[in-house]
Design a protein around this ligand. Structure first.
Ligand code: AMP
Ligand code: MN
Ligand code: MN
Ligand code: MN
Length: 277
């Protein structure tokens, strides 16, 4: 049987709709043979995912997606093959959990001032023990009919600079790369096309990313087109980065993104899984 890698997805430990067990089972059903669970700023879903992975025979790669800052912009760095028990990483995720609670309080306060009460209670309930994200707020706004799509929630309230936006100091990008590498993992720049960078900014970003110890870039993501694949492949080659493949799956409700339905990595790109043991 041929290998099928999906190295970026989310569970209820952050803003995914499926529990780690359900996620692993769905990945198995969709033909994934190696899955990396990469929840936002947390490794809390990994232990449960490992139990389900062992039961189904899928290979689980322990991952995380860290929210980071570089040059006052936010970039997501995926860590693959990390050790969640590494003291620095464990302390970091603990602090990020508290930080996300404080941020949620601020977002809820801004919504309250816009005559939208009850957000904090709702997102805390929805997130449970997991990380509170803007996705939880979007779902709340949707459920209360303040918006008619998740996208509208970001466009009107939650997106960068919108009325309930709270600017957050995330982890410094090089710090995040250090945590990942020190814990035995490979740092991968997530969904590079989503940042809408000019070519010169992209080059500066990749230079800084490489210098800090970054080793991979997502060449194949959930909704990437052929032109974008060529463009990112060129960056991978030029900056000597391994290529990763990840859907960024969040929920079965999003019909456009499914687990294990990704285009193959171009032949001339070094696969990131060759760097994982
Ligand atoms: P946070 O890390 O709390 O800032 O939340 C970011 C998450 O919100 C991302 O990982 C996406 O899942 C989701 N998100 C961000 N922008 C959008 C958007 N425009 N539409 C839908 N979901 C979004
Ligand atoms: Mn997300
Ligand atoms: Mn992301
Ligand atoms: Mn993601």
């Amino acid at each position: 049987m041929s290998e099928n890698y999906d190295l970026h997805c989310h569970s209820t430990a952050s803003d995914g709709a499926l529990s780690p067990t359900e996620l692993v089972q769905r990945a198995h059903e969709k033909g994934v043979t190696s899955l990396a669970l990469t929840d936002h700023d947390t490794t809390a879903g990994l232990a449960e995912a490992q139990v389900a992975a062992t039961a189904t025979g899928i290979k689980l790669i322990r991952g995380i997606e860290l929210s980071t800052n570089w040059q006052n912009k936010c970039f997501h760095i995926v860590g693959l093959g990390i050790n969640p028990d590494h003291p620095q990483l464990a302390e970091a995720t603990h602090n990020l959990h508290l930080m996300r609670i404080e941020r949620a309080e601020k977002i809820a306060y801004k919504l309250e001032k816009k005559r939208i009460p009850g957000a904090l209670e709702a997102v805390r309930k929805a997130a449970g023990d997991g990380m509170i994200t803007r996705t939880h707020f979007a779902d709340f706004l949707l459920s209360q009919n303040h918006v008619s799509t998740q996208q509208e929630a970001f466009d009107r309230y939650l997106g960068d600079g919108k009325s309930a936006y709270v600017s957050t100091s995330w982890t410094d990008m090089s710090q995040a790369i250090n945590w990942i590498t020190e814990s035995g993992g490979i740092a991968v720049l997530a969904h590079p096309m989503r940042y809408k960078l000019t070519a010169s900014w992209m080059k500066r970003l990749l230079t800084a990313f490489k210098e800090a110890g970054g080793q991979g870039i997502e060449v194949i993501t959930g909704r990437i087109n052929a032109d974008e694949i060529r463009l990112v492949s060129d960056y991978a080659t030029r900056f000597e980065l391994a290529g990763s493949v990840g859907s960024d799956f969040h929920s079965p409700a999003n019909q456009w993104v499914e687990l294990g339905r990704l285009a193959p990595l171009p032949k001339d790109i070094k696969p990131v899984w060759e760097l994982l043991n």
